[in-house]
Design a protein around this ligand. Structure first.
Ligand SMILES: [Zn+2]
Length: 128
């Protein structure tokens, strides 16, 4: 038997999903964005374009799809190490957790460096 619970006025609100980085760091991105307005953010493209919206960073839908796929690919690789690093970040007692947390942080740093190197190599292939 399933009991149906009616929502109470005293119920705790569900936690809101964290906002995207672009929303979270909106002001900072306004000052110092890692992309140039009107230049496609996809390294192997880099085409000049006229943005139809202020937040447009890719020249076309194909580049946007490829850019989102790139974020997914690298984000998926980083997800577990980012989670493990954060879960153990403040543990000062369990040596196993401390070592695992360090490994997760090293892995995250290696992936970040590899991603930046990958983007630089792709930009270099088009002559930058
Ligand atoms: Zn493009």
């Amino acid at each position: 038997m399933t009991l149906l619970l009616t929502p109470s006025a005293n119920a705790v609100a569900r936690q809101v999903e964290p906002e995207s980085f672009r929303d979270f760091a909106h002001q900072e991105l306004e000052v110092c964005a890692p992309w140039q307005a009107g230049i496609c953010f996809r390294p192997e493209c880099g085409a000049e374009f006229v943005p139809s919206r202020q937040w447009q960073i890719y020249c076309c839908q194909a580049c946007e799809r490829a850019g989102v796929a790139e974020l997914r690919k690298w984000g998926h690789r980083m997800a577990l190490s980012a989670l493990v690093w954060r879960m153990g970040k403040y543990n000062r007692e369990d040596e196993g957790v401390i070592n695992l947390t360090r490994a997760a942080r090293r892995h995250l740093t290696q992936l970040q460096s590899a991603w930046v190197a990958d983007r630089s190599a792709r930009a270099a292939e088009r002559g930058l």
